[in-house]
Design a protein around this ligand. Sequence first.
Ligand code: SF4
Ligand code: SF4
Length: 407
Amino acid sequence: MQTRLAPQYQSNPLAQEAETILRSCVHCGFCNATCPTYQVLGDELDGPRGRIYLLKELLAGATAAESTRLHLDRCLSCRACETTCPSGVRYARLLEIGRHLQNAALPRAPGEELRRRAIRAIIGQPRRLRPLLALAQTLRPVLRAPIARHIPVPAPVRSPYPVTTPQRGKVLALAGCVQSVATPQTEAALQKILAHLGYTLLRGEGCCGALSLHLDAWEEAHEQIRRNIDAWWPVVTAGVDAILVSASGCGSVVKDYGDILRDDPQYAAKAARIAALAKDPSEWLQAHREALPMATEERARIAFHAPCSLQHGQRIQGVAEAILQGLGYRLLPVTDAHLCCGSAGSYSLLQPQMAEELRRRKLENLEAEQPQWIATANVGCQLFLNQAAQVPVRHWLELVAEALPEA
Ligand code: SF4
Ligand code: SF4
C-alpha cells in the first residue's frame, strides 16, 4: 500500500517506520476473517484492513478525528490478524505507532486520560493493588453476586517445595504485578514444578511494562523496563538457565525488550540478553518432558483457552496442550480457539461492552463440551473468564503441578 507522508511526518522516524509497514500490506482483506471486532460489528473500519486504511490516511495528512480514535481503540491488539496475514504485515507495531501519532495530534479528553492514568497507577502496582484487593475480598460476602464475581479469591498455596537432587540449575521467574496479587497459586505451582525438575526458582519483581506500553505511555513503560533490567541483571550475570514468564501477556512483552530499547545505548545490549533468556513455561517444560510423569489414567476433562499473547504474540501453539495431555488431562475440542476472550490487558475495563460480548462467545465455545475446568496461560484471561464461567478457570501450570508427586 503506497503512502505519501504528510510534510509534518516526513522527518518523523515513527511515521517512516509506519510507512514501511504500510507498504507490506496488499489490501487483500484475509485478516478480516479472523478479527474478533470485525466479526461482532461487521464494519470494515472495525477490522484490520479498515484500521490500516485509517492509519494510512492519518499519515497522509488527514485531520486526526475522534471517529478514527474510536475504531483504533476498539482494536484488542490481539494480533490474530498478524497470524493470518500472508504478507507478514506487522500490524501491532503499526497500530502502536498510529495510536501514538493520533494521540499527539488530538489529545484525549482530560477525563479519559485520567481514567487511563488511574488504571496504570493501580493495576501495574502491587503495593496499591494488594490492599485494594484485600479490602474488596473482605467486603465480598456482603456484596451482591454479580459484583462479588468480579473479585478474585486466590487459592491457598503451599510453598516453597524442596528442590530435588541433583540440582540442575536456577531459573528467574517473574512474579508479575496482577498475578502476584490475584493468583499467587500460579507462582507456587511453577515453584513446585521447577523443584521437581531440580531447579531453584529465583523470584523477579516488577511490572513488565505491558500496561503502560499498550496505553501509549511509552516513557513510563521504558522506565519500568530499565528498572526491571537493573533489578534482574545481578541474577542474570550470576547465571540463570532461563527467565520464565508464566503470564503470557507479560512474556510477550519481555521477549520484546531488546526491540523496545534498541535505541538506548546504555540498555540495548542488556535488554537483548534478557529478551533472549525469556521463555514461556511451556517452551521450558517441553525441553524437560522426560522428567515429567507419564499418564497412567485420565485426570480431568478440560478446555484450554490459548491466550492471544501466547498463540499470536509469542506464536506458541499446542505446546501447553500437549504437555497437559501427556499428564493425563483430556483436552476437549474448542471452536474458534484463535479468537480473543475480550480481556486483552486493560481492554475489558475500557471497552466493557465489546469485551463482554467476546467473553460470552468464548465461554459458549469453551463450555460446550462440559469441561471440569478451563485452563489458560495468562492471568488477565483467567480473571476475566472466571467472572462469568460456569466452571473454575485455572492457570495450566496448576494442573501440571497437581499431576506431580508431593515432595
Ligand atoms: S491480510 Fe495482511 S496484506 Fe491482507 S489486508 Fe490484512 S494486513 Fe493487509
Ligand atoms: S489486533 Fe485483533 S482486534 Fe485488532 S485488528 Fe487485529 S485481529 Fe482485529
